[in-house]
Design a protein around this ligand. Structure first.
Ligand SMILES: [Zn+2]
Length: 426
């Protein structure tokens, strides 16, 4: 760890700037940066970083070379999906380089009347800030920016290159984080401050997105027996996929990483649409689904399993046997990722954590994905996923704990200081 006096100065700068940090997070939350609508936030963020003196690179997913791990983006234009990288480039870098990366896309907020406070109001009550994205993961974005600010305010700079990146698509494909890597930004470690509650993410599952497209034979409901009902056909496929998931979870009991988690593979039919008229049997139905996969399984295997399941279910149905349902791959085709214990980067983060919280840095296993996988799986440096504390990701009254923003910022600053090294400014 950096010397005690430097640490004390940095922590004091975090405390001194904390009001501004909370306001910065409120600004972030007030952007409804839903998928396909992230650009205004990214433009604002780029200006914020430019005002701090960083050179800023703003580019879209359409601006980077192709890569086999780019996932399909259905219904959204890659050319409009903006990424921002602010670079700290010291003269004659001596330390270890670092990527700090957060996603600023958020998931739909649902019916507003179910929220205690409007979802984009960033209301603060009793130590919590409420809002869609306040927790997942604009909180972590504010922490990484203000950790860098505090190091400067204390009179230091990281002695190595640091890229501060905000990306899109984390909630649907991961293509934003991948685009920044393909743009050329690489380092010796990456920290993704997802709101893990001050735990390191040891493992994450993979994810597959797909759409079921089912046809029906529309007839007047008075003679429903002469037609077919696409909604009910889709319902049969959904049930088959739940049964398939059950089988997968039986197999996952022997997973070295997930054996101690009950049913780590989650299947979810998340969007359904279909039919045109209450008195006609529906001629069409579409269901957007998500399913997980555990380490040891590839996305290709998981996708083949989905295809087999749907095919088998369709053959037992008189109509679908001759009119097979379609499967459209709509997003995530994600490998699971295990952060192998023992990396130097993790040791440095653990020491930073201990210096703020005391004791060991707990590890968690998540049954969802995050962007950290790209670094470790395809680009050869560890992706650490560790960040602040909040509640109700993707739900009503999503919120982040204000005090935990402060401790997380101190931990990240201590990590940057030790990983990159510090030198006095000027
Ligand atoms: Zn997230």
């Amino acid at each position: 760890m950096p010397d005690a006096e430097a640490r004390a100065r940095i922590d004091a700068a975090i405390d001194e700037g904390f009001g501004r940090q909370v306001e910065f997070l409120q600004e972030l939350v007030r952007f409804p940066s839903l998928r396909g609508h992230e650009a205004p936030l990214q433009d604002w963020f780029a200006r914020q970083m430019a005002a701090r003196g960083y050179p800023v690179d703003r580019f879209s997913i359409a601006d980077v070379p192709a890569h086999p791990k780019m996932a399909p983006m259905v219904g959204v234009d890659p050319a409009g999906s903006m990424q921002v990288v602010a670079a700290h480039r010291p003269a004659n870098p001596t330390g270890r380089s670092l990527i700090l990366q957060g996603h600023i896309d958020v998931v739909p907020e649902g019916p507003h009347e179910m929220w205690t406070y409007p979802p984009y109001s960033a209301t603060i009550r009793d130590g919590w800030m409420y809002g869609r994205g306040a927790h997942d993961m604009k909180s972590g974005v504010a922490c990484m920016v203000f950790a860098m600010d505090a190091i400067r305010a204390a009179g230091f700079e990281p002695a190595a290159d640091v890229y501060v990146e905000t990306v899109t698509e984390e909630e649907s494909t991961g293509n934003g984080a991948l685009a920044a890597l393909l743009r050329g930004y690489r380092a010796e470690a990456a920290l993704v401050p997802e709101p893990t509650g001050h735990t390191i993410t040891r493992t994450q599952t993979g994810t597959i997105w797909f759409r079921l497209r089912v046809r029906g034979v529309p007839v007047h409901v008075a003679v429903a027996q002469d037609g077919t009902n696409a909604i009910m056909s889709a319902y049969a496929l959904i049930n088959a996929l739940y049964a398939h998931t059950k089988v997968l979870n039986e197999a996952a009991k022997s997973s070295p990483w997930y054996a101690d988690i009950k049913d780590p593979i989650k299947f979810n039919p998340g969007i359904i649409r279909g039919g045109d008229w209450a008195s006609s049997t529906p001629a069409w139905c579409e269901v957007d689904c998500r399913i997980g996969l555990v380490p040891g399984t590839t996305p290709e295997q998981a996708m083949a399993g989905i295809e087999q399941c749907v095919k088998a279910a369709a053959t037992t149905d008189g109509f679908m046997a001759n009119n097979p349902p379609e499967i459209i791959w709509t997003g995530f085709q994600t490998d699971p990722y295990v952060l192998e214990p023992g990396s130097e980067a993790e040791a440095v983060l653990a020491a930073a954590h201990a210096s703020v919280h005391g004791g060991e840095m707990p590890a968690r296993k998540t049954t969802a994905v995050n962007d950290a996988r790209y670094y470790g799986l395809y680009f050869g440096f560890p992706g650490l996923c560790y960040g602040p504390k909040g509640e109700v990701a993707h739900g009503f009254d999503e919120r982040t704990s204000i005090e935990d923003l402060r401790t997380c910022t101190k931990t990240i600053a201590a990590f940057i200081a030790e990983w990159c090294g510090l030198r006095p400014i000027g």
